[in-house]
Write a protein that binds this ligand. Structure first.
Ligand code: 5AD
Ligand code: FES
Length: 352
């Protein structure tokens, strides 16, 4: 009789106490999860989150500045090969007016996110960032604009950008290569993340849950990567197929696994900024509440102009594309309050 390799209860205790496991242990924890083990981890995650962040949930205003993209990621609805995608880019004035509206709604972090759009050169981004920081000195600026050179990251940081989100997408090189065209490389992705950290940004990485070809082993590598890279933030959300991509027929990820991983990430890194994502809210009407209850502590309501929202369609059926900014702000506040938490209008920096 062979005895089980590991015991779920022991692994949970080890993770709770030591904040790390071996690759094989992470894989076992995921592969053999039960309702009971998920609940143990969820309770422990909520407890450590409460010790650090109390009942506070941070708000980030997400401004989707461009749907042009020179890349061709196989999962993404705004990949360049999607000829059916309607493209737009916001002007500096439009972006500033989103920030003004956001400021009035209580946002103190603006996330400028977009495809890899060559129009947004350093020469255009620097004055924009400077202007936002000048008009809203008490706000943080987060960039999520993909892979750029180190010199560019440095210039944008000098202009005042505080944080940078660049999901690593998967920490397994072979898996990375199945999700991206050969023009993109795993090494460059990792180089960007290292450089962003070196420069002094608060850095966010992240990955999709249930992406095509993902396995328990690749997820274990993602967890190990977060454990060793020590990002300030980590964005995870379910993969959701987009009808005009090569991955249109793959199944979507599950809210259950996504929430399980949110709890594990919270235990690996108790102070991590963990968003409960729009993708999670898209596959489950209560997904974002479930994410908070599993250990997430950030929500990112949409602050983009209503006219462009449908065009920033990374995956099918994305929620919040018909809403006004104020509606999203209020909707999320209500949802968070209904589960016993409180949205706060501070910058929401990572607590170290
Ligand atoms: N499903 C879920 N998430 C997606 N992203 C891109 N396409 C999809 C999709 N089809 C995520 C990627 C990217 C982030 C901005 O959105 O992880 O880094
Ligand atoms: Fe946009 Fe609920 S957050 S409508």
């Amino acid at each position: 009789m062979s005895s089980p390799l590991f015991d779920q209860k022991e692994l949970a205790d080890k993770l709770i106490n030591e904040h790390k496991l071996s690759l094989r242990e992470y894989a076992f924890l995921i592969e053999n999860r039960t309702q009971e083990s998920s609940e143990t981890l969820r309770e422990a995650a909520v407890k450590v989150r409460r010790q650090i962040y109390g009942d506070e949930v941070y708000l980030r205003g997400l401004i989707e500045i461009s749907s042009y993209c020179k890349n061709d990621c196989l999962y993404c609805g705004i990949r360049k090969s999607n000829r059916a995608a309607e493209r737009y880019r916001l002007s500096e004035e439009e972006i500033l007016s989103c920030c003004r509206e956001g400021y009035a709604l209580g946002y103190r972090t603006f996330v400028l996110q977009g495809g890899e759009d060559l129009w947004f050169t350093d020469e255009r981004l620097i004055p924009l960032i400077e202007e936002i920081k000048k008009e809203f000195p008490d706000c943080a600026v987060t960039l999520s604009l993909g892979e750029r050179s180190k010199a560019s990251y440095e210039a944008l940081f000098s202009a005042g950008a505080d944080r940078y989100l660049l999901r690593h997408e998967t920490a397994d090189k072979a898996h990375y290569e199945r999700l991206h065209p050969s023009s993109m490389s795993f090494e460059n992705r990792m180089r960007c993340l290292e450089e962003l950290k070196e420069i002094g940004y608060q850095v966010g990485c992240g990955f999709m849950v249930g992406s095509p070809y993902q396995t328990t082993e690749t997820l274990a590598e993602d967890l190990k990567f977060v454990e060793t890279f020590k990002p300030d933030m980590c964005g995870i959300g379910p993969f959701v197929p987009h009808r005009n991509t090569p991955f249109k027929d793959f199944p979507q990820g599950t809210a259950e696994l996504c929430c399980f991983l949110l709890s594990v990430l919270r235990l690996i890194s108790p102070s991590l900024l963990l968003p409960s994502t729009t993708a999670l809210g898209t596959i489950d009407p209560n997904g974002r509440e479930k994410g908070i209850l599993a250990g997430a502590n950030v929500v990112m309501p949409n602050l983009s102009p209503t006219e462009v929202r449908k065009k920033y369609e990374l995956y099918d059926n994305k929620i919040c594309t018909g809403e006004e900014s104020a509606q999203c702000r209020d909707c999320l506040e209500r949802r968070i309050r209904s589960i016993g938490y409180r949205v706060v209008t501070s910058r929401g920096d990572v607590k170290k």
